[in-house]
Write a protein of this length. Structure first.
Length: 291
C-alpha cells in the first residue's frame, strides 16, 4: 500500500465515519435520554434528502438555503413524531415493546408513503462543491471533504450544546432521572421533544451532505440505520461521545478492510467487529459501565 493510497483510505474512512457518527450519535442521544430505540431514525435521512431536493429543484431555492430549510423541516418532524407517537406510548407502563413496534411501523409507513408520493425512481441532489482536491498523488473530491468538515462542525456544536449550556444540563439531568429532574423544575417532556428534534437534525445534516454522492430514494436510510445501531452498541448504549468515536472507528476499519479486500466484505467487516466487541465487551468500547 503506497503512501497516497494510505492517506486516501484514511480520509475515506473518516468521511464514512463522520456519517455514521452523525446518525449514531442521534440514536444514542435519544436512547440515553428516553431509553427509546428509534427504528424510524433512518427515515429522517430520507425525508431530509427529499426535502432538500424539492426545495432546490421545484421551489428554486439556492442549494444551501434548501439544505437549511430541509434540516429545519426534519427537526420539526422529529418534534411531531415525539409528541404524536412516542410521548403517548411512554405514558403507559408497558411501553418497551410498544415503542419498538411503533417505530418499526412508522419506518415502514414513511418508506411506503415516500414510494407512493415520489415513486421508486432514484433522484440526485446537486453537488455542493465541484472539483477535486489534489495534493501531490492524493486526490479527493471536494464534496467528500465537505462531508467531513460539516459533520465535524455539527458534532462539535452538538457537544457544546450538551456539555456547555443550560439546556445541555437539562438533557443530562433528565437522562439520569427524569422524575428527579421534574422535581427540580426541569420540563422532562419538553426536553424529550427537543432531543428528538436535535437527533433528527443530525441525521438530516448527514443525509443532505451525502445525497449528492448517492441516489435519493425511499430506502436510502436503511443501510445507514443498520450501521448506526452497530455504532451505538460499539460506543455503549446511550453514550453520545461513545457513538461519535465508534462511528469514526468503524468507518476507518471499514475503509481499510475494503481497500485490503473488496467492497463485498464491507458489511462482513462491520458486523464481524460488532459481534467480536459484544463478545469481549458487551457494554461497549467506550462505556465505563459493565451493568
Amino acid at each position: 500500500m503506497t503512501g497516497a493510497i494510505l492517506i486516501e483510505t484514511l480520509l475515506n474512512g473518516l468521511i464514512t465515519g463522520a456519517i455514521y457518527a452523525l446518525i449514531g450519535s442521534g440514536i444514542a442521544l435519544i436512547y440515553g435520554t428516553t431509553r427509546v430505540l428509534n427504528f424510524a431514525h433512518g427515515e429522517a435521512m430520507m425525508l431530509a434528502a427529499y426535502a432538500a431536493l424539492i426545495l432546490s429543484t421545484t421551489a428554486g431555492l439556492p442549494l444551501w438555503l434548501a439544505a437549511l430549510g430541509a434540516i429545519l423541516l426534519v427537526m420539526a418532524g422529529g418534534v411531531v413524531m415525539q409528541r404524536a407517537v412516542i410521548a403517548p406510548i411512554l405514558a403507559r407502563e408497558d411501553w418497551s415493546f410498544r415503542i419498538i413496534a411503533a417505530t418499526i411501523g412508522l419506518s415502514i409507513f414513511l418508506q411506503s408513503a415516500a414510494q407512493l408520493i415520489w415513486g421508486e425512481g432514484f433522484s440526485a441532489l446537486p453537488y455542493f462543491f465541484d472539483g477535486v482536491l489534489v495534493l501531490g498523488p492524493v486526490r479527493m473530491p471536494w464534496q467528500r471533504i465537505a462531508i467531513l468538515i460539516v459533520a465535524l462542525v455539527a458534532l462539535g456544536l452538538s457537544a457544546l450544546l450538551l456539555y456547555r449550556t443550560r439546556f445541555g444540563q437539562m438533557i443530562r439531568a433528565t437522562a439520569q432521572d427524569a422524575e428527579a429532574a421534574e422535581a427540580f423544575g426541569i420540563p422532562a417532556a419538553r426536553v424529550h421533544t427537543m432531543v428528538f428534534a436535535l437527533s433528527a437534525g443530525l441525521a438530516a445534516v448527514g443525509a443532505i451532505m451525502l445525497a449528492p454522492l448517492l441516489s435519493v430514494n425511499p430506502w436510502m436510510g436503511v443501510p445507514y440505520i443498520l450501521k448506526a445501531f452497530a455504532v451505538v452498541i460499539l460506543g455503549g448504549l446511550g453514550s453520545f461521545g461513545g457513538a461519535i468515536l465508534a462511528g469514526f472507528l468503524l468507518g476507518i476499519i471499514e475503509s481499510f478492510g475494503v481497500t485490503l479486500t473488496s467492497s463485498e466484505w464491507r458489511d462482513v467487516i462491520s458486523f464481524g467487529l460488532l459481534i467480536a466487541v459484544i463478545w469481549v465487551r458487551p457494554y461497549g468500547l467506550f462505556s465505563t459501565r459493565e451493568g
